[in-house]
Design a protein around this ligand. Structure first.
Ligand code: SAH
Length: 219
């Protein structure tokens, strides 16, 4: 009997290591992260019809007009977020299909992830259970508010484009913590915010393309 887990079987292991090689060629250096991306079965997070394309370096539709970021974007954001540190408690805004969440879950002690579309959360929850990922707390809500009751976080990652840095999120970052987010509307750039003793330091990284952050929740 075959299941979605055998999925594309050995081929998926091979395609995964090819994906990791491409990430290395494009400049990703964090070996711990590369090992995790080589182990998380990305094809389980996309629609079955798209599973064969899951390891190409492209964003894919995940339903509800949303997209799963390309492997390179996931790698780049996670590398900047981690900066070689072991992460304790990370907040993700925009769970989507849960792939980025799963990568974070293997690199951090605890991951909190907020998603505004209830149906996406339900799907992600099922995959986490199947993959035996137990250190993720999912919340249905508007991620701009963060999760004050779980703060502070040593890492925050926003996976939808936002016009300005939400004050609530900077406040939920611990001193020494790092936040990575796509800022802007049509033209977007990746921003790194580092929380310091006396405020926050901002660094502009590269141009990116994300779906916009939308206020409010839907079921
Ligand atoms: N990390 C995701 C990216 C999904 S796309 C993945 O790899 O699949 C961005 C996601 O952000 C979408 O699922 C969208 O519904 C969600 N989103 C948009 N605005 C939001 C908000 N205000 N709060 C929480 N999630 C939001």
């Amino acid at each position: 009997m075959t299941s979605r887990f055998d999925g594309i079987g050995m081929t998926s292991m091979r395609t995964r290591s090819r994906m990791v090689e491409r990430l290395r060629e494009r400049g990703i250096r964090d070996e711990e992260l590369l090992a995790v991306m080589g182990s998380v079965p990305r094809h389980l997070f996309v629609d079955e019809a798209l599973a064969s394309r899951a390891y190409e370096d492209i964003p894919l539709p995940l339903g509800f007009g949303q997209t799963i970021s390309s492997p390179y974007t996931v790698a780049r954001m996670t590398e900047v977020l981690r900066n070689g540190r072991a992460l304790k408690k990370v907040l993700e805004v925009g769970t989507g299909c849960g792939y980025q969440t799963a990568v974070l879950a293997r690199l951090a002690k605890e991951v909190y992830s907020v998603e505004r579309i209830g149906e996406l959360l339900k799907r992600a929850r099922t995959i986490f259970r199947d993959l035996r990922i137990y250190n993720v707390r999912l919340k249905h809500g508007d991620g701009q508010q963060g999760i004050p009751e779980a703060a502070p976080f040593d890492g925050i990652i926003v996976t939808a484009a936002i016009p300005h840095v939400p004050r609530a999120l900077t406040e939920q970052l611990e001193v020494g913590g790092r936040m990575v987010l796509p800022l802007g509307a049509q033209e977007q750039v990746l921003y790194l915010i580092e929380r310091t003793e006396c405020g926050a330091r901002e660094t502009v990284l590269e141009s990116v393309k994300f779906v916009p952050l939308v206020p409010g929740v839907v079921s």
